[in-house]
Design a protein around this ligand. Structure first.
Ligand SMILES: [Zn+2]
Length: 228
């Protein structure tokens, strides 16, 4: 959640429908309402990031934003076939303790209805105070977001730390990426951005400080590994 103003919120990646009550309660707890959401930014098409977008839009009237490439897949024209496939996603979620049985019982499946994107963006565009950085690799139209004022980078699924059983920090891996080598190039692009704090989508610690240098090192190591 990114706060522009008291009644002007930007929601980044609304996650699963089943998580929506959690989000709504959180908003009430911090003095907002789902109706204050004016923009929904989808960093990419994956269901664990985008499934609740239509419902949040229905409740708030917010506009949905995504990269123009991802807008095609969100609209399922053409459908996005992974990786990961639905089956792989189920396995991944079970591994991190999310009960798919309960999710599927309540919502039918991991599928989502087509999502109509209201505003298609490209690299360098601004969405409110957030600058769009196109970081393909995890998916073709994956974006990261940069808030210059706080030197904060929202990396979404471009980089992970200590998740899915892996040690340390790593760039989006082959099991979840359409093009893992391009994901390294995108991380290299991010390492040139003047940020200090990094917030990743799946991670053990909420915010990583001194992060630009860490990403730079990670990129160098990842390129070395490719050469071996
Ligand atoms: Zn993803």
């Amino acid at each position: 959640m990114f706060v522009e103003d008291q009644d002007d919120l930007t929601l980044i990646d609304p996650s699963f429908l089943s998580q929506l009550p959690v989000l709504e309660n959180y908003l009430l707890d911090i003095g907002y309402d789902i109706k204050n959401v004016k923009r929904i930014i989808l960093t990419h098409v994956h269901v664990d990031h985008s499934q609740a977008a239509n419902e949040v839009k229905r409740k708030s009237g917010a506009k949905i934003y995504s990269h123009w490439i991802e807008a095609r897949y969100l609209g399922q024209n053409p459908p996005y076939l992974g990786p990961p496939s639905t089956q792989e996603t189920v396995k991944k979620l079970e591994k991190i303790g999310v009960s798919m049985g309960a999710l599927i019982k309540e919502y039918g499946s991991l599928d989502f209805e087509p999502i109509g994107v209201d505003e298609q963006v490209s690299n360098g565009d601004m969405i409110g105070s957030l600058k769009v950085i196109h970081t393909p690799g995890h998916t073709p139209g994956h974006i990261s977001l940069y808030y210059e004022k706080d030197e904060l980078l929202l990396g979404a699924d471009s980089i992970y730390k200590h998740v899915f059983g892996a040690e340390g920090m790593y760039i989006s891996a082959p099991q979840v990426s359409i093009d893992p080598v391009t994901a390294i190039v995108s991380a290299q692009r991010l390492s040139k951005v003047n940020f200090d704090k990094l917030l990743m989508a799946h991670q053990d610690s909420p915010l990583l400080e001194g992060a630009r240098e860490a990403v730079e090192t990670l990129v160098a190591e990842s390129i070395q590994k490719l050469k071996r």
